[in-house]
Design a protein around this ligand. Sequence first.
Ligand SMILES: [Zn+2]
Length: 363
Amino acid sequence: MRLFRKGSSGREVRDIQARLVSAGFLAVGGEELADGYFGDETDRAVRGFQQSKGLHADGIVGPDTWPALVDASRTLGSRFLYLREPQLRGDDVTDLKRRLNSLGFYSGKEDGVLDHDTALAVEQFQRNSGLIADGIVGTRTVDALLRLSRVTKPTSVASVRESERGLPTGGIAGRRVMLDPGHGYPPDPGAVGPTGLRESEVAESIVERLGALLVDSSATVFYSRRHAESLDVDERAAFAHKQSVELMVSIHLNSSVAPVARGASCYYFSSGHYRSPYGYRLANHVQDALVDGCGLLDCRAHGRAYRLLRETRMPVVIVEPAFITNPGEEALLKEADFLDRVAGAIAGATDKYFSGVKACGEE
Ligand SMILES: [Zn+2]
């Protein structure tokens, strides 16, 4: 999609502003609203919204922020919710799952996707509340939910249940893993380094090495895309579901307008009170391995609600081993030896994850 940022104007900007108003981030009656102009006020609102959603707060409305804005304009009770294909999604679904989880009905990870677990939880809730157990969230079910649920519980049953279900043990052999090199050139190079190195191509080189190492450990490896192919986030998620993979590792590189910014970071799914125990464990293992094994600065593992993390049912970790915009790190990213070490670090962490090794900070 087109990107909208400070300086943009027109019909689409009016639409963005209307959604920011309904999400409570932009005041009604502002000057920019009347003009449909994306100025400082709208920029502030977009950044505030992005921050609240765990998105990168860059003030740009693009493929991550736009769907989040669409989701945010839905509230529980504004439509019927039930299991269907394609699955219903939105902030109303997140709210529903959060409320069911806080009542002890396990409805799955607190993302915005109405899946099988959610439908079962709805039926259970309805049976327990003396309602017709049809799995359809209509007026009566919403009323009962709003009456009963408190969403202030610090620990959600979803995190607890997923941990109880058991994080993987028994090793990496035979596990189905999808490797996802970010972006895809042409037409999307991702971030570009000072001498023109492309994020999409470095990601491919790392993925190629990582894949070979995982195959050596007898994992079954899938690749979301091949060289010079480009896919959007939905296609990557759909392919991972189709192949029933148990884990997806997505490789990107970080970028900044500040050339001095450097170091490694990882991202796992987290939203509200929910934190994916799987993602947390793997991301921290990867982070430790990159810092200890490759001598990279520790920019830490972070919980985020990025689209790829939100729209996938299996645990997904996004790894950004270095800043391609940092001249020193860009130079390293051109060295085969460095890429081998990065791939080795991620492979070692993946092995630890499937072997049931706890990460530091886990209860
Ligand atoms: Zn990227």
